[in-house]
Structures are given as C-alpha cells and as structure tokens.
Design a protein around this ligand. Sequence first.
Ligand code: SAM
Ligand code: DTB
Ligand code: SF4
Length: 336
Amino acid sequence: MTLTELQELHALPFFDLLKRSHEVHEKNFPDGKIQLCTLLSIKTGGCSEDCAYCTQSARYETELKNERLLSKETVMESARAAHENGSTRFCMGAAWRGVRGGTERFNQVVDIIKDVSSLGMEVCVTLGELGPEEAVTLKEAGVTAYNHNLDTSPEHYPNIVTSHTYEDRLRTIRNVQDAGMSVCCGGILGISETITDRLRLLEIISTFNPQPESVPINSLMPMPGTPLAENPQVDPFDLVRMIACARIAVPGAKVRLSAGRTRLSDETQALCFYAGANSIFYGDKLLTAENPEAGADRELLAKLGLETLEPNPSMEAPHLDHSHPASPACATAGCC
Ligand code: SAM
Ligand code: DTB
Ligand code: SF4
C-alpha cells in the first residue's frame, strides 16, 4: 500500500476504519482465533547496539541484570512449559548485534533450536543481523520464523538507533526470506515518532515480497536509564488505529499485539482484537519487561469468547509473488 492510501485510511472516522479492518480480518481469518506465543530471553543485556528504547543496550545504565546464553536444559524447560500451557509459538531472543556462522555461540544456539523444534511448536528466533549462510543454517535447524523489526520509518530510524542502519535491517530480512523462513517484522509506537513515521513503516512492510507472516506492534515500555524513559504513553485510540491499518496493509499476517499490554485496559485490548490483532505474547514476562499474567489473559479471552489457535509446526513460509520485485522494499524505503 502507498503512504497516501495509508494516510487516507488512518484519517477515517474511528469506527469507519474499524469496520474496514474488521472486514479484512474476517475474510482472512474466518475462525477469529488468537495465537498464544511465549517469549524467552536466552541471552540478556550487554548488547553493543544503541537502540534508544532498549534496556538491553550496554550503552545505558539500566537496572537490568545481564545474563549469559542460557543452557539448553534451561531453555527446554521453558519451552516444554510453554507447550503445556497452550502456546503454539516459542520465540527466543538474544541481545546481540548479530550472529556469525562457525562461532561457539552460533553453534550453541543452533543446537538449542534443534531440540526446541522437536516439541511441535512454531519456532521463532530474534538474534540480530544474519548473513545468507547463517539464515540457511537456522532454517535447517528448524526455525520457522525470524523476528527482525524495522521499528519505525527510515527517516526516524537514525534518531533511535545509530549503531546499525535501516539498510542493515532490510538486508537481514532479505536473507531470511531467501533461506525460506517466514519473516516477523513490525514496529514500536511511543518512540517520539509521527503518524507519518508509523504509516511509512507499514508502507514498507506491506511491499515486502512475500509479505511478512507476522507483524508485531509494540508500545514502548519506558525503561529507566534509557533515553526514552520519560516518553509519554501512546494514546490507546492511536494504537487501535495502527493495528487496523496493519491489518488492512498486511491482510494475511498475524498482527501481534506485543509489548505494552500491561498498560492497556481490557477494553482497549478488545478493540485491538476487533481491529485485527490475532496474536499475543502469553506469560508474565516479555524478554525483560512485564506482561499480563497468563490467568488474566485467559479470563479476558474467555470474556470475549475468543478461542486460541492450535499448533502448526510445519508452517510453510509465505511464497514469493513473482509478479513483483523480490526485494524487501529498499526502493520504497529510499535507503539503497
Ligand atoms: N536484538 C534483536 C533485534 O534487535 O532485532 C531482538 C530483540 S529486540 C528486544 C526486539 C524488539 O522488541 C525491538 O525491535 C522492539 O520493537 C521491541 N522492544 C525492545 N525494547 C522495547 C521496549 N522497551 N518497549 C517496547 N518494545 C520494545
Ligand atoms: C517483538 O516485536 N516484541 C517482542 C519480540 N518481538 C521479540 C519483544 C518485546 C520486548 C519488550 C521489552 C523487553 O521485554 O525488554
Ligand atoms: Fe540490542 Fe536488539 Fe536491544 Fe537493539 S533492540 S539494543 S539490537 S537487544
């Protein structure tokens, strides 16, 4: 979708936008089920990067306790518990700039992934930058989706991160797609961006070929010690509008209502689900930040009569549409 089209959508009266996005949602996800995903930070803090929202950056003095790469046994314990609790996707995050084949850390992660993928959940990882060979190795180890967010527009990105570029992020996404993994790529609201920055992000994501399999929409959890610690909370109606625009721009994707749910009312979350969100992180911790208790989420979903999705571990990556260029939108981003 073009920026102009997205701007027109975003400017609609709230209920007109919701009606449009709900129709797209019903058409693409007729069962209306919600996917439960569990997150685990397998290596916490001490990251070389300077993302201004992130408590895991080594550049800021935060309250976070750094942790080395978890053992395979510890990860498997969490993964089994997630599976038993009904999660159909297990997402492992590591606070690294990226990974390189042949290193001990990469081999250890690959070994962990092989075991986790035997449990029958979708396996998602987010390890930072990847080259083409690393991407193939992860795919072969059993990764179904790779999370790599663009976070905001290419214009605003340098205000938030200076240690790597938007082009670096797009290159990794291309490598992930070429290796046959699904892409999970979304953004974060509340990082001093404009509405145009949010819509530029959707414009770029919507022109990926194939489109991402999931689009996480995070709201800033302000982290003491980070440059954005004092940023104000995102207006809940703006969050719902962003979810609705994401649903329309990337109709076949899971739109994941991600970080920030502890600060949302049940009513706001209900509006997000109506607008097209169909996935949440489940369990009381994200990577380092708080998330609602699983019991509270079960209660909310029950109150809304929303069912949860069954596992689909053999999930195929979305296929390339050969009628469009195969690049993840460098031309649209204007960065290459
Ligand atoms: N290091 C990897 C990377 O940069 O891709 C993965 C981890 S990073 C924590 C994944 C995403 O979490 C970020 O792109 C951002 O959208 C989100 N995130 C990080 N810190 C956040 C915060 N304080 N509040 C909300 N979302 C956050
Ligand atoms: C994503 O977009 N959100 C998740 C997942 N992908 C890896 C991470 C949210 C992190 C929130 C901040 C924290 O826990 O430190
Ligand atoms: Fe590192 Fe990822 Fe946090 Fe950026 S968002 S500082 S790359 S862990």
